[in-house]
Design a protein. Structure first.
Length: 454
């Protein structure tokens, strides 16, 4: 592979932090937090109200311990209500938690709106963008992407959140070849052939999809000569067989990243997203029980809902924002690269969680376990729901594509092995519905795990 020479150690983006102990990093975050809480209290009616409801003032928050006593200030539903109010009162959609003048906004990006109306979560001033660009530049540099290179950027373009990454790409001196994913795989492959990009950004689903579509057209994606691929939005790279398949096909390292918060390291094995931005966000020093919202102590392997509090941002900083993402935090040194900071693995979404006979089951965990059976399966699955989640009347029905070279007479044996693993690891024994390879429709953005029959 092009990048698989000497393993590179991940460092914090801010070079000063690399010389700090864990205790010094916490102290540094607490100073930034105190400054940010005062800022949002001064500039946002929404945040003043939240502090008043909590019976606290920013000056009362002197440590992370004090901070963890604050209630959750916002989630997606509260964010939407905040947007409605600002639209009604002030004629802008950014929410009552906006802390800058609307005139100072240089970029706004929304969520996809698949679970409701879109939210303008990713709204930044020019100063915000300049600050955030440092983290994208750091990730690109780590992946061997340098000034003068070209990068195939294939996400939904326009007002969507991923478009903010383009600012960081350009500020690094890299030319984005931004091909809207909605243009289809043929167009993406055409521009990849024409421009010979050094790197790419897309979802894991799209990276896999392009391998097959290219082969159908007599194209080998390995001939693009990419240095690295950065994927976001799905758990794909956390599944060993999927990571291996993408890297072998493209002939380069594939990295997982979580916006500006961090990225995975240059290791054959996946050790999670390395959190390189303690001066941008309190996370991962803030996870909570998804039901009670009570803080969970951070130890190696702790699991909880990801809470975001953004530091050093002006326009629309999120404070004690319940994301709905379930993560596992690792505090031990990375076995792959030696990074001494915290790492995380995304487990799933709280709103995707299923309850089967009182057991909490995450669809992403089911996909991860089934994908371990590649090449006996393709890795594509759908969980069939007859009624709205979270409660499911057993058995849980799961459609699974069997591998292209699998004899159908062997499916019974494969099925029993899959059921055994799912029963042991996920505490669920599903009804498996076998599907021929390529029959489960793939999306070019995020491939859905649910097939909703209701």
């Amino acid at each position: 592979m092009n990048t698989m020479n000497k393993l590179k150690n991940v460092k914090y983006t801010n070079l000063l932090i690399n010389n700090m102990t864990e205790e010094e990093i916490i102290n540094y975050q607490e100073k930034l937090l105190q400054k940010q809480l005062k800022y949002v209290y001064r500039n946002s009616e929404f945040y003043r109200q939240k502090f008043n409801e909590a019976g606290a003032l920013p000056e009362d928050i002197k440590s992370l311990m004090d901070y963890h006593k604050l209630p959750i200030f916002m989630n997606k539903a509260i964010e939407r209500e905040s947007q409605k109010e600002s639209h009604k009162r002030f004629g802008h959609p950014f929410g009552m938690h906006l802390c800058s003048s609307p005139d100072d906004i240089a970029f706004t990006g929304t969520t996809s709106g698949t679970s409701g109306s879109p939210t303008f979560t990713y709204t930044f001033t020019k100063q915000d963008l300049n600050f955030l660009n440092n983290y994208i530049s750091h990730m690109l540099e780590y992946g061997g992407v340098h000034s003068g290179d070209r990068l195939l950027f294939s996400h939904a373009l326009g007002i969507y959140a991923t478009s903010s990454i383009l600012w960081g790409i350009r500020s690094h001196g890299v030319l984005p070849i931004d091909v809207d994913v909605r243009g289809g795989s043929k167009m993406i492959l055409q521009y990849a052939q024409m421009t010979k990009p050094n790197a790419a950004m897309m979802t894991p689903s799209l990276a896999l999809h392009l391998i097959d579509k290219a082969r159908e057209s007599g194209i080998n994606v390995g001939d693009f000569g990419m240095q690295s691929i950065f994927t976001v939005g799905e758990i794909g790279i956390g599944i060993p067989e999927i990571k291996k398949k993408i890297e072998n096909a493209y002939g380069c390292r594939v990295y997982d990243y979580l916006g500006e918060l961090g990225f995975s390291c240059d290791s054959d094995d996946y050790y999670g997203i390395h959190c390189v931005a303690p001066d941008l966000c309190i996370f991962p020093n803030d996870i909570v029980d998804p039901e009670t919202k009570k803080p969970i102590q951070i130890n190696d392997g702790s699991i909880g809902e990801m809470i975001i509090t953004e530091l050093n941002l002006q326009a629309l900083p999120r404070i004690r924002y319940a994301t709905g993402d379930m993560v596992q935090v690792f505090t031990n040194e990375c076995p792959g690269c030696g990074f001494k900071g915290k790492r995380i693995k995304v487990i799933g979404r709280t709103d995707d969680m299923l309850i089967i006979k009182g057991v909490n089951v995450y669809p992403s965990a089911i996909k991860r376990l089934i994908s371990n059976f590649i090449p006996n399966v393709t890795g594509e699955i759908r969980i069939v729901l007859d009624t709205p989640p979270p409660r499911v009347t057993p058995p849980l029905r799961v459609k699974i594509e069997y591998g292209a070279n699998v004899d159908e007479s062997n499916l019974s044996d494969i099925e029993q092995r899959i059921k055994k693993v799912l029963h042991t690891e996920a505490r669920v024994t599903p009804e498996i519905i076998w599907c021929a390879p390529g029959t489960l429709e793939k999306a070019l953005t995020k491939t859905p795990l649910f097939e909703k029959m209701y």
